[in-house]
Design a protein around this ligand. Structure first.
Ligand SMILES: *Cc1c(COP(=O)(O)O)cnc(C)c1O
Length: 378
């Protein structure tokens, strides 16, 4: 039996073990220490001078703190891209707030700026202005940030950028994660760089970063004893985990390069096949890390569905996955408001993510191409 080819698996390659070893040797085995500070600095240098980064336990905890720092509370409404992973939306409910889901547009598959404004106008007319907007850069593809930022400024609503999948992506030359009032990153096991688990909150101000660190370390007031005047969280990143992160930063751009060449590999396979399209950058303004390369299959044209392709890849021990099922269709979220015209639904029905790891070998690619061709030539 052939070895499994995964959708996206961890890929070490920098000085990860050196930093982790250092942490052991200096006994910084704690949720603070030189690696945490160092990883934050590395991230700040990478995504831009103006950014202030707080390393946290996960991307999900970063979204939660972004909502808290945007003053989202009980019964508030928060706008969220529908086409995403559930972790974008769950923290809205942690705050007792209610999500409002927005459809995708066809160019980037991310939040449709027109449906976004329509939702805001409607909610304002009903006397319930949304407190925050969560936009996602799905599969590494930047959303239409000019329009989204404009809407958020026009209506003075806090913008949270879920860049969990988009570290290394840029829009008009600016790094994803730096457009909003807050940006969030994830270093989970399947992301473009991984620390096993972990995340970060990108803040515009040092003051917000300090607040995030304060809340993430149990909100201890300044006193010799344990004194608390806020609800706190245990959300800080461990110094061991941060050591892996420092090593991964050394290979991040290389990983982006590998993932982009995977995307080119799929573009080449499918370019001559009518009815299958690979998601690509809509214009020169977009630079995607192509975290996952994804295709849309028009079943009527090609004669098979995305599920047929998924199963025939699986037969060859190759993992693929349908696109994210939109949040407004999930049993846990389907009672909340939704604005749009069912673009995300169609993407979910016809879309498939293909193996995209930065560690795919030439042999893996041969196997993938053969398995795809087998079905196409049937
Ligand atoms: C992975 C992911 C998250 C959550 O990050 P964790 O670090 O796993 O908590 C949030 N949003 C999106 C879009 C993701 O892909």
């Amino acid at each position: 039996m052939n070895e499994k080819i995964w959708l996206s698996s961890p890929h070490m390659g920098g000085g990860e073990e050196k930093y982790v070893k250092e942490a052991f040797e200096t006994n910084w085995v704690a949720p603070l220490g030189p690696n945490v500070n160092g990883f934050e600095e590395d991230l700040e240098n990478y995504i831009g001078e103006q950014s202030n980064v707080a390393c946290l336990a996960s991307g999900t905890s970063a979204i939660h703190l972004a909502l808290i720092l945007s003053n989202v509370g009980l019964n508030d409404e928060v706008i969220c891209q529908s086409m995403t992973f559930s972790a974008s939306a769950n923290p809205i409910r942690y705050q007792g707030a209610n999500p409002i889901f927005i459809d995708s547009e066809k160019d980037t598959w991310n939040m449709c700026p027109i449906a976004l404004e329509e939702a805001i106008k409607d909610k304002i007319a009903k006397g319930n202005k949304p407190k925050a907007i969560i936009v996602v850069h799905l599969y590494g593809m930047p959303a239409k940030m000019d329009q989204i930022v404009n809407v958020s400024k026009k209506y003075e609503i806090s913008l949270i950028e879920d860049a969990a999948e988009a570290l290394g992506s840029t829009y008009k030359g600016q790094k994803c994660g730096t457009f909003g009032d807050f940006g969030i990153l994830s270093f989970n096991g399947n992301k473009i760089i991984t620390t096993s688990g972990g995340g970060a909150l990108v803040c515009n101000t040092l003051d917000d970063k300090k607040k995030a660190i304060f809340l993430s370390t149990q909100a201890r007031d300044n006193a010799p004893h344990y004194q608390h005047s806020h609800v706190g969280y245990n959300y800080r990143m461990s110094n061991i985990v941060a050591g892996i992160g420092r090593g991964q930063m050394e290979v991040l751009d290389k990983h982006v390069g590998f993932r982009r060449s995977n995307n080119q590999f799929y573009q080449n396979i499918f370019e001559s096949i009518e009815g299958i399209t690979v998601l690509k950058e809509p214009s020169k303004n977009y630079f995607s890390n192509h975290w996952l390369s994804s295709i849309i299959i028009d079943e009527n044209t090609v004669g098979f569905s995305r599920e047929d392709l998924r199963l025939s890849l699986l037969e060859e021990s190759i993992e693929s996955r349908p696109l994210w099922k939109p949040m407004h269709l999930q049993p846990i979220f389907n009672k909340y408001d939704y604005y749009g015209s069912h673009v995300a639904e169609k993407l979910f029905n016809d879309g498939l993510c293909l193996p995209s790891g930065s560690n795919l070998t030439e042999m893996d690619k041969e196997r993938i191409e053969k398995a795809i061709n087998k079905l196409i030539k049937k």
